[in-house]
Design a protein around this ligand. Structure first.
Ligand code: ZN
Ligand code: ZN
Length: 415
C-alpha cells in the first residue's frame, strides 16, 4: 500500500516535530518565537499540500468545502490562519510570557498573573508573592502556603489560550482532516507506510490526533514551590496495595477478625475501622495517618499519608481531592493521631495545637462522603509507663463542617 497523499501526510509529521521544538525552547524567547512561527506556517502548509494532492481524493471539492467551513468557524483555526498571514508579511505576533501563580493552603488563597520572561527564577516570583500577600495575611500563614507557578505563552489575539495548547488543538484538527482524507482514498491511516518515528505513538493516538506528549507539557511548564523557603517540591504519597497476604498478616498482628475491603455500607464500615484503629494504636503505640477512599465499583483503597508539616498536608489534601475527582470516589475515611485543644485564643495567635497548655491526645477517625455524609470518632488517650496507651472515652460527632482539611474533598462533591 502507498500513501495516497504523501506530501500532506508528511506535513503532519513535521507539525508534530515542530511542536516538540517549541516545547524544548519554551524558556528561550527567541527559540520559542522561531519555532512558533515555523509551526504556524507548517499547519497552514498542510492544507496547501492537500489541495495539491486533491486528485487522490474522490469528490474532493464537496468534501473539502465542509472542512473549510469548519476551519472558518473555529476560533483557533482562524487565529492560526491570520497569524500565518502576519508572519509571511514579516510581522511579529504579539506574544507574551506570563507566570500564572496560584497560592494555596487548603483553599486557593490568591491568584496572580505576572508578565515576566519565561526563565525568570521561581524563587523571585515566590518572594514577590510573599510581599504582595503580606499586606493582607499574617506572615506565618503565608509561609505555610505553597505556590503553583505555571508559565504560559499567549498571544494578544487569542488571549485565553496557552500557545502550545493552541498548536496542539490545530494538530488534532488537521490530524482528523488527514485521517478522513486517507479513508476517502481507501487507505487506513494506521496502516499507511508514512509513519511518525519521532517517538512511539499508539494506534489510538494516530486515530484521534490526541497525542499524550501534547497533554503532558502542563507538568513540564509548572512548578510547585513552598513560600517558606521557595524550594521546589514534588510531593508523592504511597498508595498501599492491599493484597490478601498483607491484609491477613495485619489482621493477625492486631487480632482483628475481618475487615473486608469491598464493604459498601459506609457508616458501618467506618465504625469497624475506628475499632481497628484503636487496636493498632494500643499495639503499635502510634497510628500513621491513613486515608481510605471508597470507589463504588471497586471498594476501598488505602493511602499512607504521613506528612512532615502543614505545607505538605495542604498539598496532600489537594492531591487526594484530585484522586476523588478523577477516579470518582464517593467517600473518604481519615485516620490519624491528633492534638485537641480548647485554647482558641492561643491557636488564633499562631500557637500550634500541640504546644497549647490544655492539649490532649486523641485518635481521630472521620468519614465524609457524597450527599453530606459525615461522622467522626474522637478517642482521647493518655500515655502511661513505657508509653503504654490508655484509651479514654470516644466522642462521636456528625458535624465536621469546621474540619478545614477536609474542605478540598468536600468541595469536589459540592460542585
Ligand atoms: Zn498517509
Ligand atoms: Zn510527541
Amino acid at each position: 500500500m502507498t500513501c495516497p497523499i504523501p506530501n500532506t501526510h508528511k506535513r503532519l509529521l513535521e507539525i508534530h516535530r515542530l511542536w516538540h521544538q517549541c516545547l524544548e525552547n519554551y524558556f528561550d524567547p527567541e527559540g520559542f518565537r522561531t519555532n512558533l512561527n515555523a509551526t504556524i506556517q507548517a499547519l497552514r502548509n498542510l492544507t496547501f499540500a492537500l489541495q495539491n494532492e486533491k486528485n487522490a481524493i474522490p469528490d474532493f471539492e464537496e468534501w473539502y468545502s465542509i472542512w473549510q467551513d469548519k476551519m472558518r468557524n473555529d476560533e483557533v483555526l482562524s487565529w492560526l490562519n491570520n497569524a500565518r498571514v502576519k508572519i509571511v508579511h514579516q510581522k511579529d505576533l504579539e506574544t507574551k510570557s506570563i507566570a500564572k501563580v496560584i497560592i494555596k493552603n487548603y483553599l486557593d488563597v490568591a491568584q496572580l498573573e505576572l508578565e515576566l520572561p519565561p526563565s525568570f527564577p521561581s524563587e523571585v516570583i515566590g518572594s514577590q508573592c510573599v510581599s504582595i500577600l503580606s499586606e493582607k495575611f499574617p506572615e506565618q500563614a503565608i509561609k505555610e502556603c505553597y505556590a503553583v507557578i505555571e508559565r504560559r505563552w499567549t498571544e494578544a489575539k487569542l488571549p485565553s489560550w496557552e500557545l502550545l495548547d493552541a498548536l496542539a488543538y490545530g494538530f488534532v484538527f488537521l490530524s482528523q482532516l488527514v485521517n478522513e482524507a486517507h479513508e476517502k482514498a481507501n487507505c487506513k491511516i494506521d496502516s499507511c507506510p508514512i509513519r511518525d518515528t519521532l517517538h512511539s505513538i499508539t494506534k489510538n493516538e494516530i486515530l484521534t490526533g490526541k497525542y499524550v506528549c501534547m497533554k503532558m507539557k502542563k507538568e513540564l511548564n509548572s512548578q510547585t514551590i513552598t513560600l517558606s523557603d521557595f524550594a521546589t517540591v514534588t510531593f508523592d504519597f504511597k498508595k498501599v496495595n492491599l493484597d490478601k497476604v498483607t491484609a491477613k498478616k495485619a489482621l493477625k498482628r492486631y487480632k482483628i477478625k475481618d475487615i473486608p475491603f469491598n464493604e459498601k455500607e459506609i457508616l458501618a464500615y467506618t465504625k469497624k475501622i475506628n475499632e481497628m484503629a484503636k487496636k493498632i494504636l494500643v499495639k503499635d503505640k502510634y497510628h500513621r495517618q491513613l486515608f481510605m477512599l471508597h470507589f463504588p465499583s471497586i471498594g476501598w483503597k488505602v493511602i499512607d499519608a504521613e506528612v512532615e508539616n502543614r505545607t505538605s498536608k495542604f498539598m496532600l489534601m489537594s492531591q487526594i481531592a484530585n484522586i476523588v475527582k478523577s477516579d470518582g470516589a464517593d467517600a473518604v475515611i481519615h485516620i490519624s493521631e491528633a492534638w485537641i485543644s480548647n485554647d482558641i485564643e492561643a491557636i488564633a495567635n499562631g500557637v500550634e495545637v500541640a504546644n497549647t497548655k490544655d492539649r490532649r491526645e486523641a485518635l481521630s477517625v472521620s468519614v465524609i462522603g457524597k450527599n453530606n455524609l459525615e461522622k467522626s470518632y474522637l478517642t482521647f488517650f493518655k500515655r502511661g509507663l513505657g508509653r503504654r496507651i490508655i484509651l479514654g472515652k470516644t466522642e462521636v460527632s456528625e458535624n465536621l463542617k469546621d474540619v478545614n482539611f477536609l474542605s478540598p474533598i468536600r468541595r469536589i462533591w459540592n460542585q
